[in-house]
Design a protein around this ligand. Sequence first.
Ligand SMILES: C[S@@+](CC[C@H](N)C(=O)[O-])C[C@H]1O[C@@H](n2cnc3c(N)ncnc32)[C@H](O)[C@@H]1O
Length: 227
Amino acid sequence: MRIDIVTLFPNMFSGPFDESIIRRARDRKFAEIVIHNLRDYGLGRHRVVDDYPHGGGSGMVLMPEPLFSAVEAIKGESPIPVILLTPQGRLFTQQVAEQLAAYSRFILVCGHYEGVDERVREYLATDEISIGDYVLTGGEPAAMVVCDAVIRLIPGVLGSPESVRDDSHSGGLLEYPQYTRPQIFRGWEVPPVLLSGNHAEIARWRREQAVLRTLARRPDLLEKGDW
Ligand SMILES: C[S@@+](CC[C@H](N)C(=O)[O-])C[C@H]1O[C@@H](n2cnc3c(N)ncnc32)[C@H](O)[C@@H]1O
């Protein structure tokens, strides 16, 4: 999979993509992440990318020309999905992550300041994604969230396919509680069933815990009936 990210702040991406599972996925060629500096497509000698909003108001708006130039240079004639990160987009969920994980390539466009010229949304973007009902200063953290959630779904990136299957939100439930050593920590014991070696009993306990936990914390998920 290849993910192209268009951003005015490319340095924000050094770090998050250079550690842990995402780093390993990149090193092992499961995922390629290419960062494009929007400034390179800016206008004139000063590489201008933003301007005041027509009609007045505070803040700056990213101009259409640099964004169209950047995206068109990246995709050429290929029908690659162009995803605008915006608090006005469809909500990013595990199901949306699964949809994106099926693509071989897509482009993420990060807005900044007051956002992007509306013509980018109308005529350049093929999809709009929000990572939640709150407003970030820019699309960069949202791009990191999307990349992380999508890349870990690529077959082979995680050690075992079960870890994805049992994850919260993958099968419509929250995940069951996890324990590791020591068996007793400050007097708090690991549930004995997990030490029993009885795989059928363990699977039943985990399923029951997942349902109880979802009922207690997110009954709305149970009502959806996707489990
Ligand atoms: C300050 S926000 C602009 C918000 C815009 N004025 C509005 O009210 O819809 C700047 C940029 O951050 C990104 N952004 C902010 N919140 C986001 C969210 N919840 N999900 C995805 N991107 C977001 C978008 O790329 C947006 O263009």
